[in-house]
Design a protein around this ligand. Structure first.
Ligand code: XLS
Ligand code: NI
Ligand code: NI
Length: 435
């Protein structure tokens, strides 16, 4: 049965097309800088926002019209698998991501939850084999159930730690079964509300303990997905431990996890942290830790994680530039951790929203490729740092100078000539690449 009877395969029709169910910029097989757009972008659809979120918010009930509700939670879960793969196939998206609780009902016990996961992942595996669609990453939801009120691995209650470990073990078993390429840890409630009753160092030691158990178990079962930490500064905790890319790198280095962990960076989390998305990608890149991205955008007028579909071409251009400079995003991808607005409640909005996000990233890719081919930023930066290419600058970089020799130099050269950045001109030129 088709869940989206009115929607066929979404094809590329070009900018002149006025068909809302067509790509106007994303042309999967088009070659950009020697690779197809599909290879560059490695799009993924997120199970939670697409299949399970219902449009409710703290002030109002569900608005989304969905036709996959069954008689029982398991029937609904099975219908969702069918509908999900229909969406992926029609969009031509080759990857997907999920939390354990997105795909299967938790039932009345952990044992029942695991049985449900087994049954649903059998179905997912069948669909994957049939379609060639792949698992970008899965993760464990260790934040929604009341038992996680004080966190998962960072909980003050050791039974909660054990429960979390069981969920991660199952997550890795599922990752192996489905050939997952990455495995994500987003902190959820790993953070704190008040330092008055919190042992921050101990809680972080415990998070690292769980991560090391995950690495060890992956080795034991012979399945090694790329582990990823997804930083977020706040929400749901007041203070999230994985605040941003730099904080997460400090954690990774403190516990010696560099060989096994990279970062999954989300655009809306970057802006919540007071950074641009490209800043976060750049930080990760400087540590060789850019693993994957969660594509979305926040509302700059609101202070929370609105997870909107990305539609800002400047943002996606600068993000794609970082990805190109990184030599690509594989084995990571571009996961739409994005949800339709509460007022976009029709079934077909799920397609329109993904088409918008994919087209916006395709535009970003094309603009970023042009910027790279023109050496737009390279030339700008070469010129800006030129003083380190020769003379005293080259000697500083080569480690040939010290405080005394530089003092002698400065005493002779204290009439310093600075250059204007002409930043307004640069931004205006950058606009030429966007539209
Ligand atoms: C929530 C996070 C979450 C992760 C996966 O803000 O973005 O959706 O991506 O747990
Ligand atoms: Ni995310
Ligand atoms: Ni988020």
């Amino acid at each position: 049965m088709a869940y989206f009877e009115n929607v066929g395969k979404i094809n590329y029709e070009g900018v002149k097309s006025d068909n809302p169910f067509a790509f106007r910029h994303y042309n999967a097989e088009e070659i950009v800088l020697g690779k197809t757009m599909k290879e560059h972008l490695r799009f993924a659809v997120a199970y939670w926002h697409t299949m399970t979120q219902d449009g409710s918010d703290p002030f109002g009930k569900a608005t989304n019209i969905r036709n996959w509700w069954g008689e029982t939670p398991m029937e609904t879960a099975k219908n969702r698998v069918e509908a999900f793969f229909e969406i992926l196939e029609k969009l031509g998206v080759e990857y997907f991501c999920f939390h354990d609780i997105d795909i299967a009902p938790e039932g009345d016990s952990l044992e029942e939850f695991f049985q449900n996961i087994d049954e649903i992942t059998d179905l997912i595996k069948e669909k994957m084999d049939e379609t060639g669609i792949k698992l970008l990453w899965n993760t464990a939801n260790m934040f929604s159930h009341p038992r996680f009120v004080n966190g998962a691995a960072s909980s003050n209650n050791a039974d909660v730690f054990a429960y979390s470990a069981a969920q991660v073990k199952k997550g890795l078993d599922v990752s192996k079964k489905l050939g997952g390429e990455n495995y994500v840890f987003w902190g959820g409630r790993e953070g704190y509300e008040s330092l008055l009753n919190t042992d921050m160092a101990f809680e972080q030691d415990n998070i690292a303990r769980l991560f090391k158990m995950a690495i060890a178990y992956g080795e034991k079962i012979g399945h090694k997905p790329q582990f990823l930490i997804e930083p977020k500064p706040k929400e749901p905790s007041t203070h999230q431990y994985d605040f941003d890319a730099a904080t997460s790198m400090a954690f990774i280095q403190k516990y010696g996890l560099e060989g096994d962990f990279k970062l999954n960076l989300e655009a809306n989390h970057a802006t919540l942290a007071g950074h641009t998305f490209e800043h976060e990608l750049n930080v990760a890149r400087s540590y060789d830790a850019l693993g994957s991205i969660d594509a979305n955008q926040g509302d700059p007028l609101l202070g929370w994680d609105t997870d909107e579909f990305p539609t800002n071409v400047l943002d996606t251009t600068l993000a794609m530039y970082e990805i190109l400079e990184n030599g690509g995003i594989a084995p990571g991808g571009i996961n739409f951790d994005s949800k339709v607005r509460r007022s976009s409640f029709e079934m077909d909005d799920l397609f329109l929203a993904h088409i918008a996000g994919m087209d916006t990233y395709a535009r970003g890719l094309k603009a970023a490729a042009a910027l790279k081919e023109d050496r737009f930023f390279d030339e700008l930066k070469e010129k800006r740092y030129a003083s380190y290419q020769e003379g005293i600058g080259a000697k500083i970089v080569a480690g040939e100078e010290d405080l005394e020799s530089l003092t002698a130099y400065a005493l002779e050269n204290d009439d310093i000539t600075l250059e204007s950045s002409h930043l307004e001109f640069v931004k205006s030129r950058l606009n030429d690449y966007l539209f």
